[in-house]
Design a protein around this ligand. Structure first.
Ligand SMILES: C[S@@+](CC[C@H](N)C(=O)[O-])C[C@H]1O[C@@H](n2cnc3c(N)ncnc32)[C@H](O)[C@@H]1O
Length: 312
């Protein structure tokens, strides 16, 4: 028998299930007391010491490790590529026409580019490193350009109907420059779609995955404390510059309404409340980064911009 969620999905428009989900999120946030604790807290003078991180590491063991090169992982990436194309098409509605010219920023292994190209559009996949791009037969209609998305000199102005990116903006050193370039190479009236995260202040903001299970490790502890724990546990060191350290407030400023540059067609914040109780437990440490609880709950930003048809 179909679950309640499946039955609601079958009869209700997407908005209703979304509304039900956010109601549940609101209830959890309220129960946790995180927003109130944060608002009342004074910023702590220091982050948590190593012994406190050790205790948290025992409480939150890392998930099982993943063989990124394994066949299952390659298949999962291809499947995720298709899922992401569906997400993007849903967000875009009917705005992507057959034969459209698309450019992907930070394409990684090219799974999304490949899945998108199979739907009859042309794709140029850009990444700063060629090595990660999977050049096996799948990539008909996908071209690859090794370049820094913050300096796309090789790409002419107003060229693409759609510039898009998945889970890469939080890795760009200068997202402002990347957005400026994205808008430059988009044709007037064309679109920029970005979906990215976890943001740095979200539970897995440091992208530690199977190496350290402690949520909010980058908010709670200095890099040196995390390094000390990794060394103690005989785990590989962490590249602390893997992601930029942008707080939510900087992205809010980056995507503030600017009609002369773009129209915001749609925007959606995907939340992660899986560790909201930790905010209520260490409000003073969180308060060092931000006063508003949203800063620690927004996990993924999804946004669709439209470049004006006429320069203003
Ligand atoms: C986490 S991966 C995401 C890859 C792919 N979009 C995905 O979701 O599987 C981030 C990608 O951004 C690329 N990247 C980071 N900074 C970049 C830059 N300045 N210019 C171009 N690519 C960049 C990295 O090389 C990496 O492939």
């Amino acid at each position: 028998m179909a679950s309640l969620k499946q039955r609601i999905k079958a009869i209700a428009p997407v908005g209703l299930t979304h509304w039900a989900k956010t109601r549940a999120q609101h209830a959890r946030l309220k129960r946790s007391g995180a927003a109130e604790a944060l608002a009342a807290a004074q910023p702590a003078e220091a982050r948590l010491p190593l012994d406190a991180l050790r205790e948290l590491a025992a409480e939150f063991p890392p998930p099982p490790s993943i063989d990124w090169e394994g066949e299952a992982c390659v298949a999962a990436s291809a499947e995720l590529g298709q899922t992401r194309v569906q997400w993007m098409r849903k967000f875009l509605g009917s705005r992507l026409s057959p034969g459209a010219r698309c450019l992907e920023l930070g394409a990684g292994d090219g799974a999304v580019a490949s899945a998108l190209a199979q739907t009859g559009v042309q794709v140029l996949a850009v990444d700063i490193q060629r090595g990660v791009f999977d050049e096996t037969g799948l990539h008909t209609h996908v071209d690859f350009l090794e370049a820094d998305v913050e300096k796309l000199e090789a790409v002419e102005d107003d060229r693409f109907d759609l510039v898009y990116s998945f889970d890469s903006v939080e890795h760009f050193g200068n997202p402002e420059a990347a957005l400026a370039e994205a808008l430059r190479v988009t044709r007037p009236g064309g679109y920029v779609y970005l979906r990215f995260g976890p943001l740095y202040d979200a539970p897995d903001g440091k992208h530690l995955g199977d190496r350290l299970g402690v949520p909010y490790a980058g908010v709670l502890c200095e890099d040196e404390t995390i390094d000390a724990l990794m060394a103690e546990q005989g785990r590989d060191p962490i590249n602390h510059e893997y992601c930029n350290h942008w707080p939510l407030a900087r992205y809010r400023e980056l995507f503030a309404p600017r009609p002369e540059r773009y129209e915001i067609v749609r925007a959606f914040d995907h939340l992660d409340l899986s560790a909201v109780e930790l905010i209520a437990r260490f409000p003073e440490v969180f308060r060092r980064r931000a006063a508003m609880v949203d800063a620690f709950l927004v996990n993924v930003i999804e946004i669709l911009l439209r470049k004006p048809t006429q320069p203003r």
